[in-house]
Design a protein around this ligand. Structure first.
Ligand code: HGY
Ligand code: MN
Ligand code: MN
Length: 415
């Protein structure tokens, strides 16, 4: 039996699940703070596992704590079709970033059960550990280990601001699985995500067919100057690390504008030492986030940054260290999978356009080891990584319907 346009997910049930999950690890302004491997993350994982097992899935867990909920196919030897995203959030995150992709995967399982449809290939819903990379930098760590980009030991060694190690926290919340990371072979991987940008809403499109993902470069800068009294230190005697960070912040913005319209650059994290109101900062540590669809431009931005920052620190008399702490090249997703997503949007009558993902996703790493692509739905004002992140039920239903068709068509319906 071929999939047809009246096969759709239950948008109401998906929305209810999103709202239920949002109750775990609430933020202070209506969003979520369910950071990776916190007790709230563990509660969200437990709820997800409960739902999956109630839908008849068996749950696998690998050494990075990534969760794999499997619905059997008729051919146990056929490689499974994977679908999912991440349940961890930013500290001031929204209710949908990542969560929509995981729970839409679960909704596909629930709807296949309702329709009593069997697929040839098994279907596996995935919750990747530590996609956000806030508590433990960099982002997409578990999918990076799965794709062979990072080693397990390196990932376990990631340390948060309180000195906790990722491996220890994984142990503490009870999510260290037996399964070797990356051993699973995939027939394909699909990820539904909110766009986290303004294009689809502005263009009044229901669906983004994600053909590419832009590349990312995270540079951690440490500037060392001299702490001294903000009142009694004459200006000519100051070696102000905070001034260096301010000038480099402006330099990052200038570099990004210099590669308009696609380049972006900002500083999102910074620590000032000793961070006292009446002490000139002796040391600052901050992270630059550069992104662009073209790898050569990302490299050019880094070169410009290093050259410009050298001049700034020389003028002020600071010492500087620059370390790359995260990054991945721009990706082109699998054309066959992309075509399935586009055909699904057409079949279902949704307006759609090709799009390059501005944000990084687990799919960007999984694209290295399996045919992969993404589906996007709009988000209000393109806002994300903000507790006010919002989508409509219509958008989540449309995105999940397209995902449903792409996944089930790839898994093959068995009459
Ligand atoms: O940083 C990113 O693009 C993703 O939200 N982790
Ligand atoms: Mn995400
Ligand atoms: Mn995110």
């Amino acid at each position: 039996m071929a999939i047809n346009s009246n096969m759709k997910i239950n948008g109401e049930r998906l929305w209810d699940s999103l709202m239920e999950m949002a109750k775990i690890g609430p933020g202070v302004a209506g969003g979520n703070n369910r950071q990776t491997l916190t007790d709230d993350d563990a509660k969200g994982r437990a709820l997800f596992q409960n739902w999956c097992e109630s839908a008849g899935c068996t749950m696998g867990l690998d050494q990075m704590g990534t969760m794999f909920a499997r619905r059997e196919g008729t051919d146990p030897d056929a490689l499974p079709v994977y679908v999912g995203s991440h349940l961890d959030t930013q500290p001031t995150g929204g209710k949908y970033d990542g969560v929509l992709g995981v729970l839409a995967g679960l909704e596909i399982i629930r709807m296949l059960n309702d329709l009593n449809i069997k697929t040839r290939h098994p279907i596996v819903v995935v919750n990747w550990t530590n996609e956000e990379g806030t508590r433990f930098a960099p982002p997409m760590v578990a999918s990076g280990v799965f794709a062979g980009v990072h080693t397990l030991d390196w990932a376990y060694d990631r340390t948060d601001a309180d000195g906790c190690k990722l491996g220890d926290e994984l142990q503490r919340v009870g999510y260290v699985g037996e399964e070797k990371v990356g051993e699973r072979k995939m027939h394909a991987f699909f990820e539904l995500h909110i766009e986290q940008g303004p294009i689809l809403e502005a263009e009044n499109k229901d669906i983004g067919v994600v053909t590419h993902g832009q590349g990312l470069n995270w540079l951690q800068v440490t500037l060392s100057g001299r702490e001294s009294h903000t009142g009694s230190t004459p200006m000519p005697m100051r070696v102000n690390a905070g001034l260096g960070m301010a000038k480099i912040t402006q330099l990052v913005d200038d570099i990004a504008w210099g590669h308009a319209p696609h380049a972006v650059g900002a500083i999102g994290h910074c620590d000032v030492y000793p961070n006292s109101r009446n002490i000139i900062p002796g040391k600052v540590v901050f992270t630059i986030d550069f992104r662009h669809p073209d790898k050569a431009v990302i490299a050019a931005m880094e070169t410009q940054l290093r050259e410009g920052a050298e001049k700034i620190v020389e003028d002020i008399g600071l010492q500087m260290e620059i370390e790359q702490v995260g990054g991945f090249d721009p990706v082109e997703f699998d054309k066959g999978c992309v075509e399935k997503v586009r055909a699904a949007a057409e079949r279902l009558g949704y307006s759609h356009q090709d799009i390059v993902s501005g944000a990084g996703h687990d799919a960007c790493w999984i694209n290295r080891v399996a045919p992969t692509c993404m589906v996007m739905c709009p988000c209000v004002d393109g806002l994300s990584h903000n507790e006010a992140e919002e989508i409509t039920q219509e958008w989540s239903t449309a995105g999940a319907n397209v995902l449903f068709h792409a996944v089930v068509e790839t898994a093959g319906i068995v009459d």
